[in-house]
Design a protein around this ligand. Structure first.
Ligand SMILES: Nc1ncnc2c1ncn2[C@@H]1O[C@H](COP(=O)(O)OP(=O)(O)OP(=O)(O)O)[C@@H](O)[C@H]1O
Ligand SMILES: [Mg+2]
Length: 279
């Protein structure tokens, strides 16, 4: 899967929000190399800077410091047309699918825009419909039931699948997936993950996957980066990082993962908590 061509890299990437006493260093001087075709998970607790990093990678949030390179060259997104060009290659799906759509666009328009972004504006209407139908089929949505609806008329799970149908049509080189399965039940979650992994196999996409879930990261990733309070404290192959963690923070995150094969010992845990709180 991994051809070892670096598709996206960063040096000293930093984001500071606010000033003075209100200053938050959300991302603190991070370096990374993401290779073509690999699946990278970025794992960290809430507030560790994962979404801020993703937004900088996408060019939605300006960096305070640092440099991002795309395919070996400094990324140039200084004007609207350069940004649009960049977004042909890099797309994102976010935690909250409700925030990802223009609420005034019908679903056909959402999908048509993707075909147009890929240079398909001049295609015959029938061909465009076939492409939209194919994309909907890929994510188990019926295009005929989607036409003339607005995204807010869909359920959370349908909306998340629509996001993946967009990616199917856009075929970006890099997909940034910020907890894309956070809003859905375990069964749909497995389906969505499968769809993403199939898509990755089909078009050789690089996926940068954000999650709190170490077990999931181990299961799906080639490489894992661990983020703690804006810093990358450890990275490496999923096997190295998760089976042989070096950083204390990674060990702590792993310690908190419930083990499927071991019964949960609530009474023992309660006893530990009680004895800790009595000292
Ligand atoms: N627009 C903003 N203005 C000010 N502070 C912000 C802004 N966006 C994020 N932050 C702060 O930056 C830090 C990192 O936030 P971020 O959303 O990147 O975390 P996260 O790792 O994605 O968390 P979660 O797992 O809960 O989604 C937090 O302390 C947050 O409060
Ligand atoms: Mg987040």
């Amino acid at each position: 899967m991994n051809s070892r061509e670096i598709c996206l890299s960063g040096t000293g990437v930093t984001k500071v929000f606010g000033f003075g006493n209100n200053k938050t260093v959300a991302v603190n001087n991070v370096d990374f190399n993401f290779y073509s075709g690999e699946l990278v998970s970025i794992v960290g607790e809430s507030g560790s800077g994962k979404t801020t990093l993703i937004k900088m990678l996408l060019g939605l949030t300006n960096m305070t410091e640092g440099e991002i390179q795309f395919l070996g060259k400094p990324r140039d997104i200084h004007n609207r047309s350069k940004k649009k060009e960049y977004w042909k290659n890099i797309q994102a799906i976010f935690q909250d699918p409700f925030s990802s759509y223009n609420i005034f666009s019908k679903i056909d328009t959402v999908l048509l825009d993707c075909i147009h972004m890929r240079g398909g504006r001049g295609l015959p209407k029938q061909k465009k419909i076939e492409m939209m139908e194919e994309a909907c089929r890929f994510v188990n949505l019926k295009f005929a039931e989607m036409t003339n609806k607005y995204p807010f008329e869909l359920s959370g799970g349908q909306m998340q699948r629509l996001m993946i149908a967009r990616i199917f049509l856009l075929k970006p080189k890099i997909l940034l997936a910020d907890e894309p399965t956070s809003m859905i039940d375990a069964c749909s979650r497995a389906t969505i993950l499968d769809m993403l992994l199939n898509l990755r196999n089909e078009i050789g996409m690089t996926i940068i996957f954000i999650t709190h879930d170490m077990g999931l990261a181990y299961y799906i990733s080639d490489t894992v980066y661990i983020m703690e309070r804006g810093k990358i404290v450890e990275f490496g192959s999923a096997n190295d990082v998760i089976l042989n963690p070096q950083a204390d923070y990674t060990k702590r995150l792993l310690h908190d993962v419930p083990k499927i094969h071991e019964p949960w010992e609530f009474s023992k845990r309660r006893a530990v908590v009680a004895s800790e709180s009595s000292v």
